[in-house]
Design a protein. Structure first.
Length: 184
């Protein structure tokens, strides 16, 4: 039941918690019912109204009369509700598009191809000699030749040689894969 508690704007502006509580008690129920005209989910409306009170508290020093403060609360609740509804619409559209995409044959084929390519590359990299594989994988992580040499306690020339051998091996063993991918 709404209360007719008096609000001292001066006290509210100065940060009085009791004045804020009076404001909250006076307008909460009306704002909640107003918000439900836009959004039917009570929990969501409750959160939006709470956020509106937080916003009014943050701007408390800019209110000199109760009428603009009340108007700010109503506008904030309305805008928050409309933003929520817009966000819900975007989510529904995204979910519908995602569902359509997931059910499509292209989505299926693209994912099969992607996973098969990953598997083939991983298998091919796994066939590299252990030292070349370690160097190649560190290079893929972004390490420079000098860093790899230091980490593995080998010469920088060894790193360069092993990288070249690994690249040559991978190119030879994956050339058919690259040709197939070009057609896809």
């Amino acid at each position: 039941m709404p209360t007719t508690a008096n609000i001292s704007i001066e006290k509210f502006r100065s940060g009085s918690q009791s004045a804020f509580k009076n404001l909250y008690d006076k307008y909460y129920e009306a704002l909640f019912l107003f918000g439900q005209k836009y959004v039917t989910n009570s929990d969501v409306v409750e959160d939006l109204v709470q956020e509106s009170f937080i916003k009014v508290w943050e701007k408390k020093s800019s209110f000199y009369h109760e009428a603009p403060l009340k108007a700010f609360l109503y506008k904030t609740v309305r805008n928050s509700c409309l933003n929520y509804l817009d966000h819900q619409k975007v989510e529904r559209n995204y979910e519908a598009q995602t569902k359509t995409d997931v059910l499509s044959e292209d989505y299926f084929l693209n994912n099969v191809i992607e996973e098969e390519v990953k598997r083939i590359i991983a298998d091919t990299v796994g066939k590299l000699p252990e030292s070349a594989r370690a160097i190649y994988l560190l290079g893929l992580k972004g390490l420079k030749n000098a860093e790899i040499a230091e980490d593995l306690n080998i010469s920088i020339n060894t790193v360069k040689t092993q990288k070249q051998r690994a690249s040559k091996f991978l190119k030879e063993n994956l050339k058919d894969l690259f040709t197939i991918l070009m057609f896809l």
